[in-house]
Design a protein around this ligand. Structure first.
Ligand code: NI
Length: 256
């Protein structure tokens, strides 16, 4: 069995875990999972993520508003988010960014809410968790303007964009998508990430790696993602898990 599985991005407050959330979260440490960061999407999930982090030693969480919910942003939300970060288990601002695939919020609003939270993270000295879907150019432009520390989550861009992200000092996280048949471009990017900037994640309950694709995902399935990336990078899965666990502790400021 593998050890040191650090899931840098999960959504255990999602309703897909309603039937058996406590069972799943109680079992994960016995499956080699050493830490999980539950990523918030809106104010409600800031609250539910913090409850999970308070209930389980190995669970941490972030606070932030996802681009899908950008149009719900209200005056005072920066202060509310800052309030959550007073709790020691809130380790990042996220997930924040731009999503031009679904366009659930107007793009101009997405950019304003993203920029406000990038500035907030810098003020608080916290890392960010970035969501970028089909918005690479605008995401990169805002990251170059604010230069936050943090993570590009569920990386789906090109090798060229990855190089720009690395120049900013950020980390890049890969999930189950690297095991999919059409992952050629993502694997090209994954191959060039330096050892000290690589992270693993699930984005569970979504994005189960092959051969579990289509089933509900949980953090134990990172083993499959680690195996794929280890073979790509010519290392062994446990070494990759150990390395990415150290990186995750560094970016989130956690000592396990
Ligand atoms: Ni997510």
């Amino acid at each position: 069995m593998y050890q040191n599985i650090f899931d840098t991005h999960a959504h255990y407050d999602d309703e897909k875990f309603d039937p058996d959330r406590a069972e799943v979260l109680s079992r994960l440490p016995s499956q080699g999972v050493c830490a999980v960061v539950n990523a918030a999407c809106d104010m409600e999930s800031c609250e539910s993520g913090l409850h999970l982090a308070q209930a389980y030693d190995y669970v941490y969480c972030s606070a932030g508003v996802h681009p899908h919910s950008a149009s719900e942003w209200q005056g005072g939300d920066c202060e509310r988010l800052a309030g959550y970060t007073q709790h020691p288990k809130v380790v990042a601002i996220g997930e924040i960014g731009l999503d031009y695939h679904y366009d659930f919020s107007p793009r101009e609003t997405q950019r304003e809410v993203f920029a406000a939270q990038l500035a907030l993270a810098n003020d608080l000295g916290l890392p960010v968790i970035i969501h970028d879907r089909e918005a690479h150019a605008d995401t990169l432009q805002l990251l170059q303007k604010y230069r936050p520390k943090g993570i590009l989550h569920c990386y789906s861009g090109s090798a060229e964009m990855a190089k720009e992200i690395l120049k900013l000092g950020m980390y890049i996280a890969f999930g189950g998508a690297v095991t999919f048949k059409n992952a050629r471009k993502t694997l090209e990017a994954a191959a060039l990430i330096p050892d000290d900037r690589l992270l693993l994640e699930t984005d569970c309950p979504y994005m189960s790696p092959e051969p579990m694709r289509g089933r509900r995902c949980d953090s134990s399935m990172i083993a499959l993602t680690a195996e794929r990336l280890a073979s790509l990078r010519g290392t062994d899965p446990q070494a990759l898990l150990d390395m990415t666990c150290r990186n995750a502790q560094a970016v989130y400021g956690i000592q396990l």
